[in-house]
Ligand binder design. Structure first.
Ligand SMILES: Cc1ncc(COP(=O)(O)O)c(C=O)c1O
Length: 414
């Protein structure tokens, strides 16, 4: 029988869970870092209706009214989330397989659509192997911990996505961060670490290709040169660049001239430009089998439903098709904003660094109330302590008048 200590009269060792959570939230609120959910009541891409029941930073409006806004906050770069081909495919997936895959990939959750999608990813990308994951977060967590252990070292750009940092933590490896885009610093770190490198110690260099907040592009050929020089593997997070860059939307790796190799792994998501949900990992021959046997975030979770996978297949078919109408429209929009605002954007993401949380919140509120735009405030820990600001994401679905209003907002807050 479980032994329960007698009730004591001394003060409790810890607060109640409710008191603990309330105090933590109060602390976040004191530095303008508390967040709440924004409920979306209707979508008509590129318009978005933010519901009336929102509060705090998510409200956007001071009077709590529902508002129809132009969406500059989501990652639907090609507008595929509302593409009829994806919707039809998803319906067909449900009709054929129901609403759930009902099991993990290794048990009996690998439906024919998963199998077909992986084959199509291989022929679209040119990589010898492709593995579908439930999300980009799962993929980064799983791949890093499948590749690295506590004796190994991961070199990572300081602006990399949280999922890569969490993957490093889960692997137990030593994580070394270099300044954002600072390959001289990375090179010096590699040099210093080389002196004490043990035989068999694995090294991985890792970067976002298109950085999700700053919108900067990494120099992938230079990273690959360093990886080769130091006998390291290279892992690229192409979450935001798949569909946007390169021939047939393959990603920034292809746009910058990298080719599949035995030391290169590319993670891409279906959840952004590809308008669906889930992710994929492209790698050398046999890497798919390695992941199926070792990658915990792939093994211990129910597979994506056929409806989602069918939509992913439709999206890959669309980006692979020529002419790439949506990509052309997106790049025209990027060019329009560049010219109108005197910018030099290399992609669809613009970040207005406003320096502190209160200014970022005020700008996001003005975007909604004065300009009719959904632009959200990004605050630490997503960005560094002095990096609070507003993130803007362009889509192929934005029209000239939307871009003009955005330009007015940006000019006021730049
Ligand atoms: C750079 C980057 N990597 C990975 C992810 C995770 O992808 P997902 O949303 O599919 O989990 C994101 C998404 O927020 C991201 O921005």
């Amino acid at each position: 029988m479980t032994r329960v200590p007698e009730t004591s009269t001394s003060p409790p060792m810890q607060p109640s869970m409710a008191d603990f959570a309330a105090e933590q939230l109060a602390q976040l609120a004191r530095c303008h870092r508390d967040r709440s959910l924004r409920v979306i009541t209707s979508l008509e891409v590129p318009y978005i209706e933010v519901g009336s029941g929102n509060s705090g930073d998510s409200a956007g409006t001071s009077d709590g009214q529902a508002m129809r806004l132009v969406d500059f906050a989501s990652n639907d770069y090609l507008g595929f989330s509302a593409h009829p081909a994806l919707a039809t495919a998803a319906r067909t997936g449900i009709e054929a397989y129901g609403t759930s895959s009902r099991a993990s990939r290794l048990i009996c959750g690998t439906l024919e659509p998963h199998y077909r999608l992986e084959q199509e990813l291989v022929s679209w990308s040119g990589f010898p192997s492709a593995t579908v994951f439930n999300s980009g977060y799962d993929a980064n967590l799983g791949v890093l911990s499948a590749l690295l252990g506590r004796h190994d070292v991961l070199f990572m750009d300081k602006q990399c996505h949280a999922s890569l940092v969490d993957g490093a933590r889960m692997s137990g490896c030593t994580l070394k961060r270099y300044g954002h885009g600072n390959l001289d610093q990375l090179s010096a770190m590699l040099d210093a670490a080389q002196r004490t490198r043990q035989p068999g110690q694995k090294w991985v260099l890792c970067t976002d290709s298109l950085f999700s907040m700053s919108g900067h592009c990494a120099d992938l050929p230079a990273l690959q040169t360093l990886a080769e020089a130091y006998d390291a593997w290279l892992l690229l997070d192409e979450a935001h660049s798949v569909g946007v860059y390169g021939p047939k939307g393959r990603g920034l790796w292809a746009a910058q001239g990298l080719v599949p190799s035995n030391n290169l792994v590319v993670m891409g998501t279906f959840s952004k430009a590809l308008g669906s949900s889930g992710a994929f990992v492209l790698g050398p021959a046999g890497f798919d089998r390695y992941l199926i046997n070792t990658c915990r975030s792939l093994i211990y979770t129910t597979a994506l439903p056929a409806s989602v996978v069918a939509a992913c297949r439709a999206a890959v078919a669309l980006v692979a098709a020529d002419p790439a109408v949506r990509q052309t429209r997106l790049w025209d929009n990027i060019e329009t904003l560049n010219q109108r605002c005197g910018l030099d954007l290399a992609g669809p993401i613009v970040y207005l660094n406003l320096g502190d949380e209160a200014s970022a919140l005020a700008a996001a509120k003005a975007a909604v109330e004065t300009y009719g735009l959904l632009v959200v405030a990004i605050r630490p820990p997503t960005v560094p302590d002095d990096g609070a600001g507003c993130r803007v994401a362009l889509s192929a679905m934005h029209e000239a008048n939307h871009l003009e209003t955005l330009a007015q907002f940006m000019t006021a807050y730049q």
